[in-house]
Ligand binder design. Structure first.
Ligand SMILES: [Zn+2]
Length: 166
């Protein structure tokens, strides 16, 4: 029991680094979209989880105005401005806590790297995953393999039932 707690602690530390670090790890976002609420012990993560789920819920329903409003509110709360550095104009934020830092990083990923549309649900298992290629529809090779063989099985069964030899 004691060991399990220590393991969970480590896991949480890693997740925090992946969410609140200088770069957000997109797999960590997919991970927290997939875990159930009861597993979340930390209030900061639970709060964030609710907001991220709301955001992707709007995206799934095609309610882009609501999704934009959610980000807009967060963006306004961040003290930010414009700076000229390394030959380009760039946005800067005087970010206070890690919660702010998350939204600052996340909103820019949505605007610059299209993150709103790069998280999707696996066509086989329904779990969220981050798309490295735009045409990916499965979260893993194993889901892809399983789904394809199920489809093949049903197709062949249909043909067999219809009297066609396969
Ligand atoms: Zn899957």
């Amino acid at each position: 029991m004691r060991r399990r707690k220590a393991e969970r602690r480590m896991w949480e530390d890693e997740l925090w680094k992946a969410i609140f670090g200088d770069e957000i790890d997109p797999n960590a976002i997919a991970y927290i979209l997939n875990i159930s609420d009861e597993v979340v012990e930390s209030y900061t993560i639970a709060d964030l989880l609710k907001e991220i789920r709301r955001f992707f819920g709007f995206i799934e329903k095609g309610n882009m105005d609501a999704a934009a409003d959610l980000l807009d509110l967060k963006w306004r709360e961040l003290p930010h401005g414009v700076k000229f550095e390394d030959g380009i104009f760039k946005p800067v934020a005087w970010v206070l806590g890690r919660y702010d830092k998350f939204w600052w990083n996340f909103i820019r990923k949505v605007m610059v790297d299209d993150w709103a549309f790069r998280f999707d649900r696996c066509r086989y298992c329904g779990r969220w995953f981050f798309k490295t290629k735009s045409n990916r529809i499965y979260c893993s090779d194993s889901c892809r393999g399983t789904h394809i063989s199920i489809i093949r099985y049903h197709r062949e069964k249909k043909l067999r039932d219809a009297g066609v030899v396969v």
